[in-house]
Ligand binder design. Sequence first.
Ligand code: SF4
Ligand code: SF4
Length: 76
Amino acid sequence: MELKVDQDKCLGCGVCVIACPVNASISPENAGGHGSKTTETIMMVENGFIKLFSVDKCDKCGTCQMFCPTEAIWLE
Ligand code: SF4
Ligand code: SF4
């Protein structure tokens, strides 16, 4: 499985960034909704859209997909 995003569907809400347990463990700012300070995190919102960075760290838990309101992020 691979993590995918569709920027056309993304609202830039950041819910997936906050919900991802791996993101929180890499950079605590993520869990607090303050945005990541490092591209070591899996994904972050940039210019209003979700963007993938260190995708290799994704453990395929599906939490981001579950919380995204527009199905803009998913495992395929
Ligand atoms: S599948 Fe899990 S580990 Fe991977 S980006 Fe989504 S929430 Fe994070
Ligand atoms: S992918 Fe979904 S949850 Fe993540 S920022 Fe975009 S709309 Fe929000």
